[in-house]
Write a protein that binds this ligand. Structure first.
Ligand code: FES
Length: 190
């Protein structure tokens, strides 16, 4: 689940980090964007609850905080997957079949009413022209541009990023376990 609740420990930890951020920047003027940037790094996105919390802590109207969040495209109010897929739906890409490509991604990832997969791995969005019309149809994944795409490449691209994740997980599994800090030491022999 992607909801943020104040009840679990993880969430409390995030709010404690946010408190530290707010303490660092307040009461200076014009610091709201920095606070929001750091809050987004901490929570992954800026839901209403976090915006309200920031407003309360900084003595600002919620409407002002929300106005900044919605004005800047770098902020998002819904959860994002680890890998962001943006399918350009500008005119050049659209006429070259971008709509089908977008549908293929959504279908392969079982996305119906949302843009992010249940495992939090992918978010699929459509976007306006990204200025690479000569390569239409174009998508970006985590900022990397894939041009002159055809529908057959959709599963290949997803496989590529899944493999990257699998490799990262294996690397994590192979990390030697750190000894427990409170582990009792065997007394040295006589
Ligand atoms: S329309 Fe897609 S890059 Fe311009």
């Amino acid at each position: 689940m992607w909801q943020i609740g104040r009840s679990d420990k993880d969430s409390d930890k995030k709010y404690r980090s946010l408190d530290q951020v707010i303490d660092r920047y307040s009461p200076g003027e014009g610091q709201l964007i920095r606070i929001l940037q750091e809050a987004q790094n901490i929570f992954g996105y800026l839901p209403e609850e976090v915006q309200t919390y920031i407003a309360g802590k900084t003595d600002m109207p919620v409407s002002e905080v929300n106005g900044v969040v919605t004005f800047y495209s770098l902020f998002h109010t819904d959860p994002r997957g680890k890998h962001g897929i943006n399918v350009c739906m500008g005119t050049a890409c659209y006429v070259q079949g971008a709509g089908d490509i977008l549908e293929d991604f959504r279908r392969d990832l079982h996305l119906k009413d949302c843009d992010t997969t249940d495992d939090g791995l992918f978010t699929v969005k459509n976007t306006r022209c990204i200025g690479a019309c000569g390569l239409a149809p174009v998508i970006t994944v985590d900022g990397e541009v894939y041009g002159r795409l055809n529908r057959k490449e959709v599963p290949k691209i997803l496989r590529k990023y899944r493999k990257i994740e699998e490799a990262a997980e294996k690397t994590d599994d192979q990390q030697p376990e750190r000894p427990a800090e409170n582990q009792e030491r065997t007394p040295a022999g006589p």
